[in-house]
Design a protein around this ligand. Structure first.
Ligand SMILES: *Cc1c(COP(=O)(O)O)cnc(C)c1O
Length: 344
């Protein structure tokens, strides 16, 4: 493996902390719960894309690029972290965001603007066409664009999560702890692909559970095939001799609800519980859904009480403020500082 020799631009504060969720575990009656705080990667409010961007920006700089181009939802955490990475590396940033410009920017979008990104609004259906036009337009102006796929999910980006698994293995070793299950949100796939490659690199024995945020189980394991493609690209990029197939990935598809970014009681309950029990803020699109899935699995006794489950917090809280309406509905708070419960 040659991961240490790959071009990398440091952006993250590493290692991210691992904390024990003792109150939550007590509240639920086991298993033991740990949380890996990749919401604390340190770049402009943090998140999992920062690890990917270290390798993506590393390659962009090596290629002599002067502009990062990427795309995502209006409240994309990936776009916000890309804008911040560009600012840090002295590059320009062009973002293609889905939808139309709102009157008042909030959450990640407000941060994109403050970070100096240039924003292009596109209809989701026109995004691919526009994405393929932009680099040519930029080159005509004399710019040197570097294209980053949605979510930074290719072999270069996912390399950040191979390194993250090496970091986790070292931390667990130092803490003298073993983890039986790792649970995390999975959407464009780079995180899960990198984690699965990293697990093989380090000989990690725990089970790895991606919780699908927006992909359905489709026909013939479509998403697992995508994950295997990214993993194979990643292994090749880091020089690790291994082959991955769809069967190497475990994805839970039971928590899709109304689709991407549609907030339901699953996310609302998870957000309130983590905040009131542990003082940890999770988000309504990714980590709230993945934590909602974990709570459901714990209540269904999917884990033994002597097992340890690590929840990988991938970030996302900066978008909370743009979803205030969705988050304050339905719930009432029993009394200040105590648990909140759905009012239905
Ligand atoms: C992008 C994102 C994910 C999903 O990671 P992928 O690599 O796209 O699967 C999870 N959580 C948060 C907060 C994210 O922004």
């Amino acid at each position: 493996m040659r991961i240490e020799a790959l071009p990398r631009f440091r952006l993250a504060q590493l290692p991210t902390p691992i904390e024990e969720l003792k109150s939550l575990s007590r509240e639920l009656g086991g298993p033991k719960l740990l949380i890996k705080r990749d919401d604390q990667t340190g770049l402009a409010l943090g998140g999992n894309k920062t690890r990917k961007l270290e390798f993506l920006v590393g390659q962009a700089l090596e290629q002599g690029a002067d502009t990062l181009v990427t795309a995502g939802a209006a409240q994309s955490n990936h776009c916000r972290q890309t804008a911040a990475a560009a600012a840090r590396a002295g590059l320009r940033c062009e973002l293609l965001l889905n939808g139309t410009k709102p009157e008042l920017p909030n959450g990640n979008l407000l941060l994109d603007e403050l970070l100096g990104a240039r924003i292009h609004w596109v209809q989701r259906s026109e995004r691919e066409a526009k994405l393929s036009e932009i680099p040519d337009e930029l080159r005509k102006q004399g710019d040197k664009p570097y294209m980053i796929p949605v979510g930074g999910s290719n072999g270069v980006g996912a390399t950040g999560y191979v390194l993250a698994m090496m970091e986790l293995a070292e931390q667990l070793n130092g803490m003298n702890r073993r983890v039986d299950h790792v649970v995390f949100a999975s959407s464009s796939g780079g995180t899960q692909a990198g984690i699965v490659v990293g697990a093989k690199v380090t000989g990690f024995k725990g089970k790895l559970h991606g919780v699908s945020i927006d992909k359905d189980d489709g026909d013939g394991a479509t998403y697992e095939c995508e994950l295997a493609d990214i993993a194979n690209e990643t292994a090749k990029y880091v020089g690790f001799d291994a082959q991955f197939a769809a069967g190497d990935f475990t994805v839970a598809y039971d928590y899709l609800g109304g689709g991407y970014g549609v907030v339901s009681d699953l996310e609302r309950e998870a957000i309130r519980l983590l905040a009131s029990c542990e003082g940890v803020i999770i988000d309504q699109v990714y980590t709230g859904r993945a934590m909602g899935a974990l709570l459901d699995l714990i209540r269904k006794k999917a884990f033994r009480s002597d097992e340890t489950v690590l929840f990988w917090h991938t970030g996302g809280a900066p978008a909370l403020f743009a979803y205030a309406n969705d988050l304050t509905r339905i719930f009432h708070i029993r009394s200040a500082g105590s648990r909140a419960a759905p009012s239905e």
